[in-house]
Write a protein that binds this ligand. Sequence first.
Ligand code: ZN
Length: 509
Amino acid sequence: MSYDDLIEVTGRVNDFLNAGSVLSWDARTMMPKGGAESRSKQLATLAVAARNLLCSDEMKRALDGAARDVAGKSDDSPEARIVAQVREAIDYHERIPAALLHRKTELGSAAHEVWADAREKADFSIFAPALTDMVDINREMAHAIGFEAHPYDALMYRFEPGTTHEGLATLFARLRDGMIPLVRAISEAEKPRSDFLFRDFPEDAQMGFALDMAKRIGYDTDRGRLDTTVHPFEVSFTRNDVRITTRVSRDYLPMSLFGALHEAGHAMYEQGVDPAYTRTPLATDLVSLYAVGGVSFGAHESQSRLWENHVGRSRAFWANHMGDIRVAYPGLLDDVDEEEFYRAVNRSEPSFIRVEADELTYDFHIMVRCELEAKMVDGSLEVADLPEAWNATIKDYLGIDVPNDGKQGVLQDVHWSSGQIGTFCNYTIGNIMAAQLFETATRTTPDIHASLDRADYAPLRNWLTDNVAQHGRRFSRDELLEKATGRTLDPEPYLAHLTTKYSDIYALA
Ligand code: ZN
């Protein structure tokens, strides 16, 4: 068999995964409640089919043939990378015993209801036994996958390859040093006016404006669409059909718009992948088994955060679009000027809920989760002691007292109920990468700043396509960063961005 055979068989894996993505898009946007049970079976069947095809004898024979065919190519050629990635993915999946995976899936579906009940009642003891089992299963998985220094490294590998517990600790310490003084100073500063964000904004107008702005920054709706959901997300079924969703709150304006800009950022990553990579492993994450072109979850998040925060929450953006938003909501924003609007959508205040946190305090919510997850996995924190550790860490970082273990506390996120441990770091890595890429783009291509000032988003978008999106999964996250910015992950541009922005908005000395 040959390299072409490998492309053919991995193309079929991509088809299974994309079919699953269509079903999951439908489940999250259109499906009536009653469809849930059979849908989860359908999704599991497709995921297992994809995994089995990946690890099949047919795939291995194709891989051997392909390895011979590409032997003369350079190590970073697309062909050599495809062969290496397929080999690595097969190796990863074969290390995890089928029985362990089965236990995790079974527990995941049972634990979800238990978690929802515990969260509703704000009673951690209801969820503790299921979480204990989940932590045990994840620890077993970490040992099966293998790691050098810390079991958490093995769990993060699936989402953010190359990230280690030790590296994360260093990164978090640096972020805290830079950010805690800002958070403390802001809590004592005068708050910007924000009353006008809480008026009655018709839902249709919100969806219309969100879509207009997503298109304006470059989201291609000939290859995409926007729908409404409870939890916004982006999903691609190849680069030619990349869908986004946002959520609408009638009495809170920013949610629908920034949700759409965020997801459009994810979408433009997928829409910008080299067309030649369609259906290949360079547009298929064979380790996490998602049909995506993004190189890591953090890299993906960098594109959404960049468009949401560095563009959508910038002063230039509101200087340009204040007129548009007044037209979208006739009479509702006549008493607000662009500077007031800019400040209002950048208010920062320590809060309890991750998904509602602002740009400055968001990362503290991530640090809490990563640190406590790692401790549970290595056994230095008992599950029973988790709520106390959670509350103490939130108090330490954000200076606030968590009122309960439910929606505002340790039970707020769905992730642990499905057994996902090791995924939270990608949000903070995305924030850091976004600032690093934006800083380089605007410094090395001076026209980008000028173009943003005149609401022309093409030069920035083109830079991101050339330096990030087009490569798909060809390079690792750090290789991509080195090529684009001359160095690996560096928190300094992010800290500089936050310091400059918030010192200005809150007139800090
Ligand atoms: Zn995102």
